[in-house]
Write a protein that binds this ligand. Structure first.
Ligand code: TXA
Ligand code: MG
Length: 334
C-alpha cells in the first residue's frame, strides 16, 4: 500500500480498492459496503478467516439507521451520547448489509469514528465503509499510518495519514438484543467506553435493560484467545520473577507450544537469551494510547522476547481494555 490524499482514497474505493483509514482508536482497512469484491479484498489482504465479521463505519446517524431493522430508543440514546466515538453497536442487520460483511450473522456492528479524515471520507463516498483493524489477522493493530504501510508493503491500496491514533485500542463492541420489552446488553470487546458509562447513559433515559456477563459463542465469533500478537513472544508476568527466571520459563513453555492456535501463528524464537521489558505508563489512557506502537517498536529491536509486568493496580475498570489486549497478545502468562 502507499500513502495518498483523500481524492486518491476516494478513487481507490470507487475502483473496488481498499484504503488504510485513520480513526481515533486504530487504523482500519476500509472498503465500500456495497462492493463485494472490495470486501473480499479486506479478508484476503488481512488473511482474516471468513467467520469473523467486519464493523461498518458511518458518518451520521441516518446512515446507521439504514443498516439495521431496529434502530431503537436505546441505540439512539447511545449514539447521541458516544458518537462519534469508540462504541460499536451490534444490531439486527438490514438487507443493505451483505453477508460477507457479517460472516452470515443476522447482526451488524456499526460505529461512527471520531476522526475528521474518516468522517470526510465516508461523507464524500456517501456509502458506509466496512473496516476491520488494518493488521494481519491475529497481529498487533496499527496506530500510525506507517504501521499500515509496514503491514502490507506489497498489497495495492491507499493509506491516509491521519497522525497517531489518540485512543490506541479498538472500540467497545456492545451487543444489543431486545427480548419483549427489556434490552439485553453484552460487551463483546472492552474498549474506552466502559460498562458504567453505558449504564449511566441509559439510566438517564429510563430504559429497561440487563447486562449479560457473556454472550453465546456464535454471537461473538471474533473473540479468539490469541490476538494482537507482536512479532516476537510477549510474556505477561504477575509475580516478581527476575528477568533470568522469565527467560527460563519462556524457553520451557513457549518452545513446546503448537505453531498455531485458533488460526493465529504462535512465533517461537530460536533462542531465549535476551528479554526487554515493556513498561506501561501509570495513566491507563496514556498506556493504552502507546501500547501497540510500543509492542511494534520493541519487537523490531534486537531481543528474543518481550515481557510486561502487571499487578493489582491494573485490576480497575479503567485498565480493563488494555488488560484484555495484553493478555491476548501474550504467548505466556504466569
Ligand atoms: O475501533 C475499532 O473498532 C476498529 C476501527 C478500525 O474502527 N475496528 C476493529 O475492527 O477493531 P476488527 O475487525 O479488528 O474488530 C471487530 C470486532 C471483531 O472482534 C468482530 O468479531 C466483532 O467486532 N464484530 C463485528 N461485527 C460483529 C457482529 N455482527 N456480531 C458480533 N461481533 C461482531
Ligand atoms: Mg482487529
Amino acid at each position: 500500500m502507499q500513502l495518498g490524499t483523500i481524492e486518491a482514497a476516494i478513487s481507490e474505493l470507487k475502483n473496488s480498492g481498499i484504503v488504510g483509514m485513520p480513526t481515533e482508536t486504530v487504523y482500519g482497512l476500509a472498503a465500500k459496503i456495497d462492493d463485494i469484491k472490495a470486501v473480499q479484498k479486506i479478508f484476503s489482504t488481512k488473511k482474516r478467516p471468513f467467520f469473523d465479521p467486519l464493523i461498518v463505519h458511518v458518518s451520521d446517524i441516518e446512515m446507521a439507521k439504514a443498516l439495521t431493522t431496529e434502530w431503537s430508543e436505546l441505540a439512539q440514546a447511545l449514539a447521541e451520547k458516544f458518537w462519534p466515538g469508540p462504541l460499536t453497536m451490534v444490531l439486527p442487520k438490514s438487507s443493505r448489509v451483505i453477508d460477507s460483511i457479517t460472516a452470515g450473522l443476522g447482526s451488524v456492528g456499526i460505529r461512527m469514528p471520531n476522526h475528521p479524515m474518516a468522517l470526510e471520507l465516508i461523507k464524500k463516498m456517501g456509502v458506509p465503509l466496512a473496516a476491520p483493524s488494518a493488521n494481519r489477522f491475529g497481529k498487533t493493530s496499527p496506530t500510525k499510518a506507517m504501521h499500515v504501510l509496514a503491514e502490507f508493503p506489497l498489497d495495492p491500496g491507499i493509506v491516509l495519514d491521519g497522525g497517531d491514533c489518540i485512543i490506541g485500542l479498538e472500540s467497545t463492541v456492545l451487543l444489543i438484543q431486545k427480548m419483549s420489552d427489556i434490552y439485553q446488553l453484552c460487551i463483546l470487546r472492552a474498549g474506552r467506553v466502559s460498562e458504567s458509562q453505558i449504564r449511566s447513559a441509559i439510566a438517564e433515559k429510563k430504559i429497561n435493560f440487563v447486562f449479560l456477563p457473556k454472550a453465546d459463542k456464535q454471537l461473538a465469533p471474533g473473540q479468539m484467545k490469541h490476538h494482537y500478537m507482536p512479532d516476537i513472544p510477549l510474556v505477561v508476568v504477575k509475580g516478581n520473577s527476575t528477568e533470568q527466571e522469565i527467560l527460563e520459563k519462556a524457553k520451557q513453555r513457549i518452545s513446546s507450544m503448537p505453531d498455531r492456535i485458533d488460526e493465529v501463528e504462535i512465533r517461537k524464537p530460536k533462542k531465549f537469551n535476551s528479554a526487554k521489558e515493556v513498561i506501561l505508563d501509570k495513566d491507563p489512557s496514556f498506556a493504552a494510547r502507546h501500547f501497540y506502537s510500543q509492542l511494534r517498536e520493541m519487537s523490531a529491536q534486537n531481543t528474543d522476547i518481550l515481557y510486561i509486568r502487571i499487578s493489582k493496580d491494573h485490576e480497575t475498570e479503567l485498565w480493563q481494555p488494555l488488560m484484555d489486549r495484553l493478555l491476548k497478545a501474550a504467548s505466556l502468562i504466569f
